[in-house]
Ligand binder design. Structure first.
Ligand SMILES: Nc1ncnc2c1ncn2[C@@H]1O[C@H](COP(=O)(O)OP(=O)(O)OP(=O)(O)O)[C@@H](O)[C@H]1O
Length: 234
């Protein structure tokens, strides 16, 4: 569904992505892991067309993304830090997104709005929201247009435990519908029940890309955090 071939991206002297090749297929939930600054967000932004690689190419459903822009309507993106027009209310922001999409045929998935109880906060302006509530708005927008692909950058950061569980439940539901989900998180314990593959990066390079079962077999560890620790200290 998404294929990247020999992607390289340099910012000044920093090689954020160094010859990355990857194929992500439908129905998988992939953890993009690696230390701070290893290039995870740059890879995500390259897939979204928000960063243009210096070298290499990326295809979505077999077509180069440089030749199409419509593919983006198939991706729900939850950024690490959501930026919104601060004077707008939550309702205004959601309506604005619906207006921009203009597609009246798409199924609006408002499940998360309901489970987070955001209906009661719709009249609150964005600049008055707590960090966690802002994060909930970002999550709701990522799922709203029922996209085939979900890209979630640190989705549970700042969420309280109850909301975090609600979001994880929703991610599992969408995975079971056969969607492709890419997720970054530094809280590995949260990923055990969600993911099917691990894509581990370091210094802009791909260190390994393995199925979770393969990782468990290779390391003899059931928990992701222990399996990764074993590989990194081997
Ligand atoms: N727009 C930019 N201009 C300059 N340098 C950048 C830019 N975006 C990213 N970088 C650099 O590229 C490298 C990779 O950054 P990136 O945000 O992709 O890392 P990350 O793996 O997502 O990190 P984190 O886990 O902290 O979110 C870092 O050294 C970062 O400082």
């Amino acid at each position: 569904m998404i294929t990247a071939k020999n992607i390289t991206k340099t910012f000044g002297r920093v090689k954020a992505l160094n010859d990355i090749s990857v194929s992500f297929t439908k129905g998988e939930c992939i953890a993009l892991l690696g230390p701070n600054g290893c290039g995870k967000t740059t890879l995500i932004k390259s897939i979204l067309g928000m960063v243009v690689p210096d070298k290499g190419n990326i295809e979505f459903d077999g077509r180069p993304i440089s030749e199409q822009w419509q593919y983006r309507s198939n991706i729900g993106y939850m950024p690490q830090i959501g930026r919104y027009p601060e004077n707008m209310t939550i309702a205004n922001v959601i309506d604005m997104m619906k207006d921009i999409r203009k597609d009246t045929t798409v199924h609006l998935d408002e499940e998360l709005i309901v489970s987070f109880g955001l209906q009661e906060l719709m009249d609150k302006k964005m600049h008055t929201l707590s960090g966690g509530t802002r994060q909930k708005v970002s999550a709701c927008l990522a799922f709203l247009f029922s996209p085939d692909v979900l890209i979630l950058d640190e989705p549970t950061a700042g969420l309280d435990p109850v909301s975090s569980e609600q979001l994880k439940k929703k991610i599992v539901l969408e995975k079971e519908k056969g969607k492709l989900i890419l997720i970054t998180s530094h809280v590995l314990s949260e990923l055990d029940e969600l993911i099917t593959e691990v894509f581990y990066m370091q210094d802009g390079r791909l260190l390994f890309h393995k199925k979770l079962l393969e990782l468990i077999q290779d390391t003899g560890e059931e928990r992701l955090v222990k399996a990764i620790a074993k590989i990194m200290t081997a």
